[in-house]
Design a protein around this ligand. Structure first.
Ligand code: ATP
Ligand code: MG
Length: 199
């Protein structure tokens, strides 16, 4: 809810249907969630490239890029994490309204935070579980963060010292712990074509 009561909605004269017709696809959010190292960034970037090549309007929102600008004022306390995800959800919805396929690549460990975005933007929100087990992610340890978390250097690290709440009913589950990157990408592309492309 806006703080002020004196907030008014402006009507556009480019309709959503106009944008869909021009783009040949609908706008939507692919909300990736999964453990650190599961493959969210890798698959988001590959998907963005593949969709762009297919003439989609597509953009990825990922980690530090957002914390360096929009969310510079936020840290990693539970309240700040929740606000971080809330703002990303609102930005993603604006992109979707503008006709884009938006891929977001944040751990977003709390089910309630994700469900809040779904409830606010049901038309656009697609939860995509990038599923790789803790064992697999820890063995990959691409950023060396699991080793540091096990050594006690990182507190509140998702999967080790902070919870990860897997989706209860994701629109798509990508088995990134077992399949190749190419096979995961194929699953994602098929989903986008099924959900968002004009028939
Ligand atoms: N099927 C797969 N899908 C995605 N990544 C894979 C797959 N198989 C192996 N990998 C490897 O796993 C690693 C995933 O790292 P990535 O940075 O994408 O994870 P992330 O989920 O974005 O983590 P973080 O939350 O820390 O940003 C990469 O090194 C990637 O090459
Ligand atoms: Mg990442």
């Amino acid at each position: 809810m806006p703080k002020s009561k004196d907030v008014f909605t402006v009507a556009h004269r480019v309709s959503e249907a106009d944008r869909v017709a021009a783009n040949r696809h609908r706008g939507g959010i692919l909300w990736f969630t999964g453990l650190s190292g599961a493959g969210k960034s890798t698959l988001a970037i590959e998907l963005e490239k593949a969709l762009f090549a297919r003439r989609y309007q597509v953009y990825t929102l990922d980690g530090d890029n957002v914390r360096q600008g929009l969310n510079t004022d936020l840290g990693f306390s539970p309240a700040d994490r929740t606000e971080n995800i809330r703002r990303i959800g609102e930005v993603a919805a604006l992109f979707a309204e503008a006709g884009f396929v938006v891929v977001t690549a944040f751990i977003s460990p709390y089910r309630a935070d994700r469900e809040r975005i779904r409830a606010r933007h049901p038309k656009y929100f697609n939860e995509v579980y990038i599923n790789a087990s803790l064992d697999v992610c820890e063995a990959r340890d691409t950023k060396g963060l699991y080793r540091r978390a096990r050594a006690g250097e990182l507190k509140e690290f998702t999967g080790i010292s902070a919870p990860y709440e897997p989706p209860a009913a994701a629109e798509l589950e990508v088995r990134a712990g077992e399949k190749s990157i190419e096979a995961c990408l194929a699953d994602l592309l098929a989903f986008v074509e099924r959900r968002l492309a004009l028939k």
